[in-house]
Design a protein around this ligand. Structure first.
Ligand code: GDP
Ligand code: MG
Length: 782
């Protein structure tokens, strides 16, 4: 009997709470736990919510919530009888309690698994029945039900038809899904054939999405052992958040352990049980996020037996059954359809395949990742293309050289190939400022355009090709699936600094721009790892800082440019690693929760999608150029141009004020000003130097900025910069104050200004200290 069926004044004992994990947790936290007595205070037909008394408190539940709770009806005369005759009544209550206990000790399980995974064999072994066992599909039509006892418990078991998935395509799939929705088994027993884990675990991922209590019966374990394969069963269970019990249904091996485990899960006493999210990749997760936002007002009326996440994913896939379910339960359903269509179109455009295929691919990626960590395949395993490539690129020894080679290739492409268009743009900028020189009369407007706008924006725009190429490379690695492998081989290294392989992708993306990198940290399940990844991201040198290095290495280390560049990048990585270690030591305790690293199938990204991803980033960059950088260049120009009659411009005064702080680093006042200006966006650092070093007044406007930096200052007769100071400047620019966009992203992903403040203060202090060290050592060596 359902709790919602009890009438006003009646009482009952809770036998079980059904529904998906999140719902059940909330309901149980309210006190609706097995064996508890509930009294109905007010249950008016057609009226929501219903009022109950429980443990002496009044609580109200929505009708559909109450219908997920099963109760044992307490005959109405009991409470009066207690009052009238306490002794005889107490024996009645005892009887009732016994009844409740007995009902509580009844566990309903459902065998769910692929055809031929041995469900019927397991069913027979458990019930002692003689269900027909066959080696072909479709033997079990409908469900068989049996009962048996084990220990204190009475088990009711259903043998369901075999399915590969839980979509609504075949009658079998529909049947299983209906069973899970309507009968709501206490524990789902997912029968998995050990000989074909990859395909069998697909259904498991769907069951994980549903989020009902589950145990995996790893059947045909004898075959796995015979094949010579080795599987770390416990590790697999931990990764899946679901206990895995090896069994051999044919000879009854492992059945006691299976049943004990089921009982543990039923009683909520199993330590392996953990709700996990299968990460479907950023494109799909973003779509899920958008839908979640649109649906949030209606979450109360969502069906309770499956998790919201499952329903959202299914809705994204246009599952007709789920569409029907949601449309009948939720008043705002109509508003979601356009959101869904828009998001699904976005996903298929960005991944180049339809939603269903994309989700399937990601699920197989999850399985591949989980098995890669736990399974050593037997000899006769046939090898797929993906497996063959993985065997090489994730190899214990070769994996790293391949990874470093690809990284080297990426930077080589960025700088060597980028040099050509860079030269063209540089010539264009010079030509333009030369033209300006000739056609415009001297005066503030001329100066503003020549020095402020062209000097500032022009000095940044020349780096657009480098940045585009870097973004193209990163998009290509991500889209092809290589990035996930890189994360995989980096897992051990990342563990050394207290993080997980998953933190690696956000960090690599940070080489392009820290902002998408910080946002990509969202896919990291562990909160402490996520926060650490977000906070160390700004130390990863983004492409906006690249112009600074290119400018200064070109000026001061023309023959060792690559070496210096690599050293700067490595400095950033080292500071990131040390910071991560320190944060793990000081702020967070070690977190060893294991997570599956998805290994999606390799795809050859089409030229179109790669170009589009690259162009999206390029567009953002151009927009930034037209906005922040232009505005900042003009502000910097104004500050450097005015006041006309005073000996020092405002900008000089800022620089002079910063002088005492920056002098130990050898950085001239122009450098300090550039760094202050670079707080908004790091590109502005170079454009500010561009503005500051154009007004030398000797008519050499068309001379490139790097030549002007090494030239002697007309006022002092010696160059402003020494090579050691240039190094210190690069390091300072690398490490200090994250740009405003990055700070906004940090705030969004960590949800707190505290981390933003920490980031600003800590990074700037570290920057000063490391730059000082570099300057001191540089002065000795150079
Ligand atoms: P169902 O389709 O999931 O109900 O699978 P069945 O129970 O009909 O079993 C399919 C085939 O697998 C039968 O030939 C069984 O004999 C065989 N089988 C079932 N369990 C085991 C096992 O633990 N080990 C081995 N080697 N074979 C098994
Ligand atoms: Mg069968």
């Amino acid at each position: 009997m359902k709790l919602s069926d009890l009438k006003t004044g009646e009482a009952g004992y809770i036998i079980k709470v059904s529904g998906h994990g999140g719902f059940r947790k909330r309901i149980m936290e309210m006190g609706f736990v097995k064996g508890q007595r509930v009294e109905v205070l007010l249950n008016a037909p057609l009226k929501d919510p219903i009022k109950y008394r429980l443990m002496g408190y009044e609580v109200s539940l929505r009708r559909d919530e109450a219908s997920m709770i099963e109760v044992l009806f307490e005959p109405g005369d009991t409470s009066e009888a207690i009052r009238a005759n306490p002794t005889s009544a107490s024996s009645r209550t005892r009887k009732l309690e016994k009844l409740v206990t007995r009902r509580r000790k009844r566990i309903e399980i459902a065998l769910v698994g692929n055809p031929n995974s041995g469900k019927s064999s397991l069913y027979n072994a458990l019930t002692g029945g003689h269900e027909h066992v066959g080696n072909y599909g479709g033997v079990t039509v409908g469900a068989k039900k049996g009962t048996f006892r084990h220990g204190d418990y009475e088990f009711v078991v259903y043998d369901l038809p075999g399915t590969y998935a839980l979509s609504a395509y075949t009658p079998e799939e529909l049947f299983v899904r209906r069973h899970l929705t309507e009968k709501i088994p206490d524990v789902v027993v997912n029968v998995v054939a050990a000989g074909n884990l990859e395909r069998n675990l697909y259904l498991t991922t769907e069951l994980i999405d549903i989020s009902q209590d589950m145990v995996i019966a790893l059947n045909m374990y004898d075959e796995l052992e015979r094949s010579g394969a080795r599987l770390d069963v416990d590790a697999l269970g931990t990764l899946l958040g679901t206990p895995v019990v090896p069994v051999v249904a044919r000879c009854g091996r492992g059945l006691d352990e299976l049943l004990d485990t089921i009982a543990e899960v039923y009683e909520g006493r199993n330590a392996t049980v953990r709700h996990i999210h299968i990460n479907h990749g950023s494109a799909i997760e973003e779509a899920v996020g958008e839908l979640r936002k649109a649906m949030a007002p209606d979450f109360d009326c969502f069906p309770k037996h499956f998790s919201r996440r499952y329903l959202i994913l299914r809705f994204l896939e246009r599952d007709p059954d789920v569409e029907k379910l949601l449309s009948s339960a939720c008043p705002h359903y109509g508003e979601w359809v356009p959101v869904r269509d828009r998001e699904a179109a976005k996903v298929s455009k960005s991944l180049g395949e339809d939603m269903e295929t994309a989700i399937t691919d990601e699920k197989y990626g999850f399985i591949a990742g989980a098995l890669k960590e736990t399974l050593v395949p037997g000899k006769q395993e046939r090898i797929s293309t993906t497996g063959a490539i993985d065997a090489i690129v994730t190899h214990r020894l070769w994996g790293f050289p391949i990874f470093f080679f690809l990284m080297w290739l990426m930077f080589e492409l960025t700088f060597k190939v980028g040099q050509y268009p860079m030269d063209w743009i540089e010539h264009g900028v010079e030509w333009l400022s030369g033209l300006m020189e000739r056609v415009m009369p001297a005066g503030p407007l001329h100066d503003l355009l020549a020095n402020g706008v062209i000097g500032g924006v022009g000095s940044v725009i020349v780096f657009l090709p480098n940045i585009l190429i870097l973004f193209l490379c990163i998009s290509f690695m991500e889209d092809s699936g290589y990035m996930a492998r890189a994360a995989f081989i980096m897992d051990k290294v990342m563990h050394r600094i207290g993080l997980h392989g998953k933190s690696f992708i956000p960090l690599v993306m940070g080489f392009g721009c820290n902002v998408p990198g910080i946002m990509a940290a969202r896919s990291i399940e562990s909160p402490s790892s996520r926060i650490i990844t977000v906070l160390i991201s700004p130390f990863i040198s983004c492409s906006a800082r690249l112009p600074i290095y290119i400018l200064l290495t070109g000026a001061f280390f023309p023959s060792h440019a690559s070496l210096v560049l690599i050293a700067v990048y490595l400095t950033g990585i080292a500071v990131a690693a040390l910071t991560a270690l320190a944060m793990r030591k000081i702020m967070f305790k070690r977190d060893d929760t294991p997570f599956v690293m998805e290994l999606p199938p390799y795809r050859l990204p089409t030229l179109r999608t790669t170009l589009r991803h690259g162009w999206d980033k390029g567009k953002q960059y151009l927009r930034k150029m037209g906005g922040v950088i232009l505005a900042a260049s003009i502000v910097v120009w104004v500050l450097s141009y005015y006041p006309r009659e005073a000996p020092h411009s405002w900008l000089e005064r800022i620089g002079i004020a910063a002088e005492p702080v920056m002098r130990p680093l050898g950085i001239p006042w122009e450098g300090s000003v550039a760094l202050v200006a670079g707080v908004g966006a790091k590109e502005v650092t170079v454009s500010t130097l561009g503005v500051l070093y154009t007004g030398s007044g000797d008519g050499s406007e068309s001379e490139s900025l790097s030549r002007r930096l090494v030239a002697p200052d007309p006022a002092t007769g010696t160059p402003d910069w020494t090579p050691a100071a240039a190094l210190a400047f690069m390091v300072f620019a690398l490490l200090y104050f994250p740009c405003l966009a990055a700070l906004a992203a940090i705030r969004k992903e960590t949800g707190s200004w505290r981390w933003v403040a920490l980031s600003v203060v800590y990074n700037t202090l570290v920057a000063w200290f490391v730059a000082w060290l570099v300057y001191v050592v540089g002065n000795i060596l150079l």
